[in-house]
Design a protein around this ligand. Structure first.
Ligand code: FRU
Length: 480
């Protein structure tokens, strides 16, 4: 075991006595923004969901975690086990302590193999002589109780023809019982792609089969594919990934990077896409991953690479989205929180808002209304600085404006309004959780996931025309 401790590449093994407790105090001094029913890091920075798997009885949820600060430092995998997405108990983390992961345990997925959970992940390393990044692909084996049994490296360099940006293995089992994984990659000509590897069993050496061809995707300007995920939903093949470099547009691809999906059929190594679209139209959503063996449940990171947030000053950053059930309708992916989330709704009431009204606990509420495709304008929250959010619908375009709320320079730099084309607005569901909102439109046809920062807020809704709402509270996550 190595105890890495070099600047921001500091592992949990190197913590000094009381260090995390002190950081935790700083986190808890945040009285405005900590979510109650979303998974957020106890300290430091969270990014991608990792290793998601249903082991037959429990869900294992891991996430990328830097414990010490709201920056991208030494990445660990924090690990939780849950039966119901409400009570979470902690299990063994992945802590970088081997040379094949000296600069962090980067993203990956998991499979069940002979009753064990096998997590595939990228060991980020840097060569001592010239600081050159050398990606390793590793496995970590856990028993179902969440105990870490073993870690080892299965590939110790980038393959010929690709740069050092080769990461995020997502494994799955083939019908003939072999292991395959897709791996995000950058070609030597600096374009993004994904690679498919195969292993006969857990002991065999991974063989590079080929790239995953996706001819219908416009890969122009795209320099890297992160977090690829290949799976089936109903009778279709689905590819979810996070391409980097696409130019931003006014009504789509509005963020700096974009979580994207393709629906179609996989034939050999070619993915014939029938539809390609972003998964989410909000300000903050990236690197989603589906839960292995759970039929299309997906978590995303409510955040984006290279973004700062106002909570950085409290030494915490980002959270996971709610777990979402994916389904296919008319050849497109629909997303709704899993039924276990709805099961946590309580104190439901109907409210008619005629103009401006205080709604107790709006900032941790679920609200829902039906709509007849009319124009709509709703303002949420208020404070001494007049901070609020505006949701507007007109001419088939839904927009969320967070310009009148606290933003870091980087947040504002990528634009203060997000648009989402919705031909007919018939139903809106919003999950507020103190500094995050997830908006599900028309029973999951489109989703907008966003952070917002309104300190000392009053829980107010203001509408342009009378609005009849159903409002409920969602129980906070319990950590056992
Ligand atoms: C995506 C990502 C992955 C990488 C991880 C590192 O957000 O950049 O490609 O494995 O984060 O934390």
């Amino acid at each position: 075991m190595h105890i890495f401790n070099q600047g921001k590449y500091k592992s949990l093994h190197a913590q000094s006595t009381g260090e995390l407790a002190q950081i935790r105090e700083q986190v808890l001094s945040d009285k405005d923004f900590r979510p109650t029913y979303h998974l957020a890091p106890p300290t430091g920075l969270l990014n991608d969901p990792n290793g998601l798997i249903f082991d037959g009885e429990h869900y294992h949820v891991f996430y990328q975690w830097f414990p010490y600060d709201a920056i991208h430092g030494m990445k660990h995998w924090k690990h939780f086990i849950t039966k119901d997405f409400h009570t979470f108990s902690e299990a063994d983390s992945l802590i970088p302590d081997e040379m094949f992961e000296s600069h962090g345990c980067y993203s990956g997925g998991a499979i069940l193999w002979q009753d064990k959970i096998v997590a595939f992940y990228t060991g980020n390393t840097r060569r001592a002589s010239d600081n050159q990044r050398v990606p390793h692909q590793n496995i970590a084996i856990f028993d179902k109780s969440g105990k870490l049994l073993e870690k080892r490296c299965i590939i110790d360099q980038a393959p010929e023809g690709y740069t050092e940006h080769v990461r995020d293995p997502k494994p799955y089992l083939t019908i003939d019982g072999k292991i395959r994984f897709v791996l995000g990659a950058q070609r030597q000509d600096l374009t993004g792609t994904a690679l498919i590897y195969e292993m006969d069993n857990l002991e065999s050496k991974p063989r590079l089969i080929s790239e995953l061809a996706l001819p219908h995707f416009d890969n122009h300007n795209v320099f890297m594919w992160e977090c690829p995920d290949l799976f089936q939903l109903a009778d279709k093949d689905i590819f979810v990934w996070s391409p980097q470099g696409k130019l931003r547009e006014i009504q789509q691809f509005q963020n700096n990077f974009h979580a994207t999906y393709a629906v179609g059929s996989l034939s050999g190594n070619q993915f014939n896409a029938e539809h390609i679209e972003e998964l989410d139209y909000g300000f903050d959503f990236y690197a989603p991953q589906t839960v292995q063996q759970a039929n299309g449940i997906l978590y995303g990171w409510v955040g984006l690479p290279d973004l700062t947030y106002p909570t950085d000053r409290y030494k915490w950053h980002s959270m996971l989205s709610l777990p979402r059930q994916l389904s296919l309708q008319n050849g497109k992916i629909y997303q709704k929180p899993v039924s276990e989330v709805y099961a946590q709704c309580h104190s439901s009431q109907k409210v008619l808002i005629e103009n401006r009204q205080t709604i107790a606990h709006l900032d941790t509420a679920y609200l829902q209304f039906e709509w007849q495709n009319q124009p709509l304008n709703i303002r949420f929250f208020d404070n001494a600085q007049g901070h609020h959010l505006t949701l507007n619908y007109q001419d088939g375009l839904l927009s969320l404006d967070r310009s009148a709320s606290e933003q870091t320079e980087l947040m504002a730099q990528f634009g203060e309004i997000r648009y989402c084309r919705v031909e007919r607005l018939e139903k809106v569901e919003i999950f507020f959780d103190r500094s995050v909102m997830e908006i599900f439109i028309n029973d999951g046809e489109k989703v907008m996931t966003s952070r917002f920062f309104i300190a000392n807020r009053e829980n107010i809704i203001q509408v342009s025309q009378p609005l009849s709402l159903e409002i409920a509270q969602i129980s906070a996550i319990e950590y056992k």
